[in-house]
Design a protein around this ligand. Structure first.
Ligand SMILES: Cc1cc2nc3c(=O)[nH]c(=O)nc-3n(C[C@H](O)[C@H](O)[C@H](O)COP(=O)(O)OP(=O)(O)OC[C@H]3O[C@@H](n4cnc5c(N)ncnc54)[C@H](O)[C@@H]3O)c2cc1C
Length: 390
């Protein structure tokens, strides 16, 4: 049986960033991704927002890794030619009751070290985004957007260039843990692309479980005593293309409401709320630039099936209701259906879990890596590198 140093399970932003961070000459690192393409689950189905760190006061890892990851991601994009834009973001309150949340976010920003977050007047908001109507607002200058597909491709290229064996259509189907390391069973040609399935086995010294929505199942394969539970929480998007209503065009700022509550099995969670996110398009000179389309979403709805992105999709009225108070010119018929993604939410909510397995210390489990996981991916990778070196 082939013996290798490290296996990374999952070819999303986090698994790829980790593979990049730990790659070194003479070390065999294999990354297994069950789907035919990298980043086809959470990492390719999100808002692409580079968060600043306004929401995570009670969650030390999310807070620290978001703020650190924000700076690292801008630097990475700059260095590697990945499309990004430091758009800035308004969080808007539409009445006096919501206004109380604005102070809370400013306090959170002070606590996390997110730079430049401050109140702005409704007139300041209108000056930048004339179609946005608010009672009060804050600006977060270090929020931005990244082209997630570009970022994933770049991480994949970099990992391969550093000698990581990045294997797509390769699903981890079983893990036997013991003194000599981990025996990993694979199905090649598995996942969504089943044609001919070939079974393989490897022995690895270290396993990194960065399997997103399936990280609970992988953790359970590593050590059946692990009882993490991931609930897929679907985020659906619509979009608005201002080519059809140029008077409602936006000027490229992220616009968010204050958080909204939702419930999973009676437990209260806070959703970031249906927001407006600028989207990259191909400019006439062939480069990517912010275009006329804006994303409207995502929703937050617990679903049964981790792979179910489409069953029972919501209609445009739901999205209209979410934004009409701060983007009053919009009509339901302006909104067109777009993609959806499922968040890997821990049933218990709370912080990211990034820790060595309690029984088999050669394994590291990353569980509940929901938002701001894209923003934090490079910082998470550094954290894991230190964890396995310790
Ligand atoms: C709707 C939505 C909006 C979001 N918005 C933002 C945002 O604006 N900003 C932000 O920072 N974050 C955002 N996030 C969160 C962010 O997308 C995730 O935190 C991040 O992408 C997690 O990356 P990951 O690599 O851990 O997981 P994933 O991208 O889910 O990757 C895990 C990979 O593991 C693979 N895998 C699973 N099981 C196996 C197996 N048995 N064998 C082999 N491979 C396996 C999967 O196929 C998958 O590709 C959002 C998420 C969603 C869903």
């Amino acid at each position: 049986m082939e013996k290798i140093d490290t296996v990374v399970i999952g070819g999303g932003a986090v698994g790829l960033a980790i593979a990049n961070a730990i790659a070194e000459k003479g070390k065999d690192i294999f990354l297994f991704e069950k789907n035919p393409y990298l980043g086809d689950e959470q990492s390719g189905r999100n808002s692409g927002v580079i968060h600043a760190g306004l929401y995570y006061k009670e969650y030390p890892l999310k807070k620290r890794l978001c703020v650190e990851g924000n700076r690292m991601l801008y630097a990475f994009c700059e260095k590697n030619g990945v499309s990004f834009s430091k758009t800035g973001k308004f969080i808007v309150a539409v009445n006096a009751e919501e206004d109380r949340m604005i102070d809370r976010y400013i306090d959170n920003a002070r606590d996390s070290g997110a730079l430049g977050v401050r109140r702005v007047s409704p007139a300041d908001v209108r000056e930048k985004e004339p179609n946005v109507n608010v009672y009060s607002a804050l600006i977060s200058p270090s929020t931005g957007i990244v082209d997630a597909a570009d970022y994933i491709s770049c991480l994949g290229r970099e990992a391969r260039a550093k000698g990581v064996e990045v294997m797509t259509s390769t699903k981890v189907t079983g893990i036997t843990s013991g003194g000599a390391g981990f025996i990993i069973e694979l199905e090649e040609g598995g996942g969504k692309s089943v044609s001919a399935v070939r079974r393989e086995e490897f022995t690895a010294e270290t396993i990194i479980n960065s399997a997103g929505l399936y990280s609970d199942e992988i953790a359970n394969m590593i050590n059946p005593e692990n009882a993490y539970k991931i609930i897929p929480v679907r985020g659906e998007y619509y979009c608005f293309d201002s080519s059809s209503r140029s008077e409602l065009a936006m000027n490229g700022t992220n616009v968010y409401p204050v958080q909204k509550e939702y419930f999973i099995d009676g437990a209260r969670h806070l959703a970031i709320g249906i927001h407006l996110t600028p989207v990259f398009d191909i400019a006439p000179d062939g480069r990517k630039a912010i275009g006329k389309k804006i994303l409207v979403g995502p929703t937050s709805l617990a679903v049964r099936d981790k792979d179910d992105f489409e069953k029972g999709r919501l209609g445009p009225e739901h999205f209209y209701e979410g934004i009409k108070e701060f983007f009053p010119g919009i009509k339901p018929e302006d909104l067109k259906i777009d993609y959806a993604g499922n968040r890997a939410k821990l049933e218990t909510g709370g912080d990211f879990i990034i820790e060595r397995d309690k029984k088999y210390s050669g394994a590291v489990n990353l569980v509940g890596i929901e938002s701001p996981g894209l923003t934090a991916s490079l910082a998470i990778a550094g954290f894991v590198k230190n964890l396995i070196a310790a």
